[in-house]
Ligand binder design. Structure first.
Ligand code: SAM
Ligand code: SF4
Ligand code: F3S
Length: 436
């Protein structure tokens, strides 16, 4: 009988939030969730398919688990999330040692899949369930300071490079009321930070309540006064002035926006099907900075998408110089079979060119991040302490409302505390300070 389950989570914050939903669902069925693979009877990999190397990581993990199964033949292995949804039952043929598969819409079937696996019956549940939002399942949260609330699932956009619409299906929204109630409960429990999640939160709608994302964010901020409110991810084409107005007005909504641009070239943005030009993006940035002068803005950037010329690449570098992102996630383009780009476009930028362009993007971002951080030295900032710093238990690590990472002398503070910290040094990744 399977008793102890260990879930390893890969990929984006939606997957992290799903793991908390699944943990709750399985715990309710009598299973015990364990943080260690060694005392698990079942290991579940909650997976990501967004780039080829993400899938490679899962394959390595599965090889590793196959080795463990030679020593412990009764150890069960399930693979769930975006990889099985993308490869479907073919995944069973790609590697052995998998007992069951489930996709992002079928986690309610997990208890049944596990029971069958215990009987030696291999199974897969990969249907798309367009209305599934897992409403009614209170996530089993891993931390007690910060919490995710998924407000929507799926994505209706069709960015040419992206598998997410294939793995997570059409957009569906939770009702405004369930989100606000959950935020209120988290505030009562003492959580200090809430992040509203969706692949494209700006297209959130609750038609019955007549509420868009700006409205939802405002209600959540009011239902959880004193709690820091964040949200991700915003798509530039849907980011509205009314949303920016809400962020500027409500003091507990953090002044930090993740607004992925992917490329600085209008031609590439067109090929990527992002739905906006370079100029429109820059106008949005100007609009945000007019309303929220101390805002931090972060991005995702892709180097070497199909057809990208040196001039397109220079446009990306020049957009980065203009916007001066505080932080970016940066990737080489990775062809994903089944996407529009894989079917209709040529992956014609050689690997070494992609890598060189990515290195240039990373070097520039590091320089800009370092400069922006250096400008914080001498200021006093409010930090929500999250944990002990990796280097020393005498230091704590936390974040400012603008999402800047701060490491500071611990003094009398503990994780969960809001601490005023004077910054005395900085690197491209971190601010260093002392409590005031
Ligand atoms: N929904 C979010 C958005 O539109 O910005 C992001 C979702 S995606 C999971 C996260 C990031 O992965 C994207 O912003 C993009 O930069 C990157 N990404 C997606 N597909 C990719 C691919 N085929 N190759 C390289 N990077 C990719
Ligand atoms: Fe992918 Fe584009 Fe949807 Fe983001 S908005 S999840 S990049 S298709
Ligand atoms: Fe990856 Fe799926 Fe998220 S493909 S990035 S885990 S939605």
């Amino acid at each position: 009988m399977t008793k102890n389950i260990h879930i390893r989570t890969f990929g984006c914050q939606m997957n992290q939030a799903d793991t908390e939903i699944i943990s709750s669902l399985l715990q309710e069925q009598g299973y015990r969730m364990t943080g260690s693979e060694d005392d698990a009877d079942l290991v579940i990999l909650n997976t990501c398919a967004v780039r080829e190397n993400a899938v490679g990581k899962i394959m390595n993990m599965l090889d590793n688990l196959k080795g463990k199964r030679r020593i412990r033949p009764d150890l069960l292995v399930g693979v769930i999330g975006c990889v099985p949804q993308y490869y479907r039952e073919k995944l069973f043929d790609m590697t052995d040692g998998i007992d069951f598969l489930a996709g992002p819409d079928t986690y309610r079937q997990l208890p049944m899949l596990i029971e069958n696996a215990e009987q030696g019956v291999r199974g897969a549940h990969l249907a798309s369930v367009p209305e599934e939002t897992y409403t009614g399942i209170e996530p089993l949260r891993s931390g007690s300071i910060s919490a995710f609330i998924p407000v929507m699932r799926g994505c209706n956009n069709r960015c040419a490079f992206c598998v997410v619409p294939m793995t997570r299906g059409r957009e569906r929204n939770r009702s405004m009321k369930t989100v606000i109630d959950e935020a209120g409960r988290l505030a009562e429990k003492g959580y200090r930070e809430i992040t509203l999640l969706g692949q494209n939160v700006n297209s959130y709608r609750d038609d019955e309540a007549g509420c868009d994302f700006a409205g939802l964010l405002e209600h959540v901020a009011r239902a959880a006064r004193g709690v820091r409110i964040r949200f991700t991810t915003s798509h530039p084409k849907d980011l509205s002035e009314s949303l920016v107005g809400v962020i500027a007005r409500e003091k507990n909504i953090c002044n930090s926006i993740h607004l992925p641009v992917q490329s600085g070239s209008t031609r590439m943005l067109g090929l990527m099907n992002r739905g906006h030009s370079r100029e429109e993006y820059l106008e949005k940035i100007a609009m945000i900075r007019r309303s929220i002068p101390d805002v931090t803005i972060s991005s995702d950037l892709i180097a070497g998408f199909c057809g990208e010329s040196e001039e397109d690449h220079r446009q990306t570098l020049s957009l980065m110089e203009k916007v001066r992102f505080d932080f970016s996630y940066m990737f080489c383009y990775s062809v994903r079979p089944g996407t529009y780009a894989a079917k209709r476009m040529e992956d014609d930028v050689p690997d070494e060119v992609k890598k060189r362009r990515l290195e240039e993007i990373i070097a520039l971002q590091n320089r800009i991040s370092a400069e922006r951080h250096a400008a914080e030295v001498g200021k006093t900032v409010e930090v929500l302490a999250e944990s002990e710093s990796k280097r020393s238990s005498d230091m704590l690590m936390g974040r400012t409302p603008e999402n800047r990472v701060v490491v500071f002398d611990r003094g009398q503070s503990n994780p969960g505390d809001l601490v005023r910290v004077k910054i005395h040094a900085s690197t491209s990744a971190t601010l260093v300070g002392r409590p005031q």
